[in-house]
Design a protein around this ligand. Structure first.
Ligand SMILES: Cc1cc2nc3c(=O)[nH]c(=O)nc-3n(C[C@H](O)[C@H](O)[C@H](O)COP(=O)(O)OP(=O)(O)OC[C@H]3O[C@@H](n4cnc5c(N)ncnc54)[C@H](O)[C@@H]3O)c2cc1C
Length: 268
């Protein structure tokens, strides 16, 4: 599992009619929850002329606050507005489906031919570029192929003979409307990261503050043990209490207590 603040890899070329992006989903639709975009990524949105629209769909937070997951104490704080002054581009949080929709509309405006429900099975070089074969047997040729097909990319095998390595961490993500009574006290100008032993919990606002995004990340004992059903609701076992902290507060991510280790989790 990638850290929640990991930066996106850059796609070398802006959206354009150079080749047919293929995806495995039968239709383009809502995907995932929120995503944090650092200035290296918002710079690229700006290059594409999409930054203002992205900002209108997301939230530009004032600060990122790291808190102790057990007692809630503030550990450190980063001024994200200062980050924007330093790097020239904002730190932005946005719903993945809003970012996806933004890019989809930009592709349509640019006249990109979009083909979904196509599983790329092989790639080969041609005299003028490259050819992609999909599961239906159809082939597509272009001057260049950008294989942005994720962790299990069949194209990667053409370059390196490696396998993804599981971190044994599982993430549960969810969004709730910001007008829910329990969300009203949350400061949506902050990205908050609660860090605990073997776990962390992240929340931030989306859609101009209309929604709260939450991510609970924990180290899965079942994944560590190599069991197949890790990450499912049934993979959680009741939290082992561990030694209680002086305040006796439970970790918001896993329910474990100070010094006990966040070895389990419940659905957020
Ligand atoms: C819980 C979590 C939180 C994260 N939070 C952040 C964050 O806040 N900020 C951040 O910058 N990053 C974050 N990341 C990392 C970020 O989500 C990934 O780096 C990013 O999604 C990788 O993009 P990608 O396009 O390479 O692959 P993917 O997003 O995995 O997309 C690959 C696409 O290719 C399709 N595909 C796969 N195989 C084929 C095939 N053979 N043929 C055709 N299509 C295929 C898939 O269906 C999919 O649509 C997070 C990751 C996780 C797990």
């Amino acid at each position: 599992m990638a850290a929640s603040a990991a930066s996106e890899s850059r796609t070398p070329d802006p959206p354009g009619p150079a080749g047919p992006p293929a995806g495995e989903r039968p239709a383009f639709g809502e995907v995932g929850a929120g995503i944090q975009l650092a200035p290296n990524c918002t710079r690229i949105l700006d290059d594409y002329g999409l930054l203002e629209e992205a900002k209108s769909l997301g939230v530009v937070p004032d600060s990122m606050v790291m808190r102790d997951a057990v007692d809630g104490d503030e550990l450190t704080r980063i001024d994200l507005r200062d980050l924007e002054k330093r790097y020239g581009y904002p730190y932005l949080v946005i719903h993945r489906s809003d970012l996806h929709g933004l890019l989809l509309r930009a592709c349509e405006r640019a006249g990109v031919e979009l083909i979904n429900d196509a599983h790329a099975t092989s790639y080969e070089n041609t005299e003028g570029g490259a050819r992609v074969t999909v599961a239906s047997g159809e082939t597509y040729e272009a001057g260049m192929v950008i294989a942005a097909d994720g962790l299990h990319s069949p194209a990667r095998k053409l370059f390196v003979d490696d396998q993804p390595v599981s971190s044994a961490y599982v993430a549960y993500r969810g969004t709730v409307p910001a007008d829910e009574p329990r969300v009203k006290s949350v400061d949506l100008s902050e990205v908050v990261v609660y860090v605990g032993p073997g776990c962390h919990f992240v929340h931030y606002g989306l859609r101009g503050g209309a929604m709260l995004n939450q991510v609970a990340v924990f180290e899965s004992p079942k994944a560590l043990a190599g069991e197949d059903d890790w990450g499912t609701p049934t993979s959680s076992t009741p939290p082992s209490p561990g030694p209680a902290s002086s305040s006796g507060t439970a970790c918001p991510s896993c329910g474990g207590r100070s010094g006990g280790g966040c070895s389990t989790a419940t659905r957020s």
